[in-house]
Design a protein around this ligand. Structure first.
Ligand code: MRU
Length: 363
């Protein structure tokens, strides 16, 4: 997808003396376009924790490459191979909610074979990380096409420009390319369906205001940033035709864990009979969990509530917006139970439930 007319991916390999990873530093957008160089597994863990890279599918890819980086370091520094087990747990727990991280790390880790040399294991881990990377790009392109059918149907029904609301950032920055929730929007735009996107700012880190708007600008898609609480009024007054969000973990029953605030939009959409669509690759389904209360909800530093970050006189700075002495609580995700989801959009197609996805695709 484009930034100022140039095609970008959110993360890619860099090969000089040793293999390293380059990624767009998402903490600095939309003010600066800087590339973070990630040359060790520790740097990747920090990049995930501090949200240099973020979004469920992207942190999965970051986690997979982190194992490759760790094995490369073990070879270079002649460290004991057994160290890798401890390192894998460290990478796996860099962020707790998005299951894509654990899914990708486990996929690479399951191929580690202590009867082979570290060098051979390094090669294996690199191949699997590359495989996950290209599979996720393919899945996002397929999500674009699956979701397009829903948008096209809505356009045939209304015969006027559509207004679609989205929360957080589930675009190409949150994946490698295309995105999840934004992918059908990009595809529909290319197919000349006229549409406009309501972008929830998504407090406290403002991924909507900073990243989704930045992505939509790059693709010339009409959009308007709104305060998170505005969605209800817009839905009540007929200004929203559909809501589309991504997901960080979907239970086997179809309950959706996504950026905090998603649930309130789903409640309002249900009340106003507005379709509420969730788009994700199947790597986001946690088949082990049927009870959403088992999903670990990340609690992030209260500083993210107390300070707001922006640009002032060409400098990126933080200002305090709460009184010193007041407590703040920063849950990063919430749960939207399955009865609020109208459609699940995946690389395998569009489904009414996770059970129907399973029946049609996995049996
Ligand atoms: O905390 P973040 O910015 O990593 O959260 C991201 C989201 O909640 C996205 O909506 C989700 O990961 C879907 S990404 C395609």
């Amino acid at each position: 997808m484009k930034i100022n007319g140039t095609e970008y991916c959110s993360l890619w390999e860099e090969n000089s003396k040793a293999l390293s990873i380059s990624a767009i530093d998402q903490r600095l957008l939309p003010f600066r376009l800087e590339i973070a160089k990630i040359a060790s597994y520790k740097e990747m863990v920090m990049a995930i924790k501090e949200m240099t890279i973020r979004g469920a599918p992207l942190i999965g890819i970051g986690g997979a490459y982190a194992i490759m980086l760790a094995l490369q370091e073990i070879v270079q520094n002649k460290q004991p191979f057994e160290k890798i087990n401890e390192i894998i747990s460290e990478i796996r727990s860099a962020r707790p909610t998005a299951v894509n991280l654990m899914w990708a790390v486990d996929r690479v880790a399951s191929k580690i074979d202590f009867s082979l040399s570290v060098e051979e294991n390094y090669e294996r881990s690199l191949q699997i990380a590359r495989q996950i990377y290209s599979e996720e790009v393919r899945a996002c392109k397929q999500i674009a096409k699956s979701g397009f059918d829903l948008i096209e149907n809505l356009y045939s029904k209304y015969q006027r420009p559509l207004n679609i609301l989205t929360h957080c950032n589930a675009g190409w920055l949150a994946t490698v390319d295309w995105g999840t929730a934004l992918a059908p929007i990009y595809y529909a735009h290319r197919k000349e369906i006229p549409l406009h996107v309501w972008v929830d700012e998504t407090r406290p880190r403002n991924q909507g205001a900073k990243l989704t708007s930045f992505e939509l600008l790059g693709e010339n898609i009409a959009h308007t940033i709104i305060a998170d609480n505005t969605g209800g009024l817009l839905m009540q007054t007929g200004k929203v035709d559909a809501v589309i969000v991504g997901a960080d973990r979907v239970t086997s029953k179809g309950d959706v864990c996504n950026k905090v605030g998603t649930y309130l939009k789903a409640l309002a959409a249900k009340e106003h009979n507005i379709p509420f669509w969730v788009a994700f690759p199947t790597s986001t389904i946690d088949w082990e969990i049927s009870d959403y209360r088992e999903i670990p909800i990340e609690e992030r530093p209260s500083e993210e509530i107390d300070y707001i970050e922006g640009e002032y006189l060409d400098k990126i700075c933080k200002v305090r917006i709460t009184p010193t002495g007041s407590k703040s609580l920063n849950y990063a995700f919430d749960i939207t139970p399955n009865q609020f989801v109208s459609k699940y959009i995946t690389e395998l197609g569009v489904f009414d439930s996770i059970q129907s996805l399973k029946d049609e695709s996995f049996t």
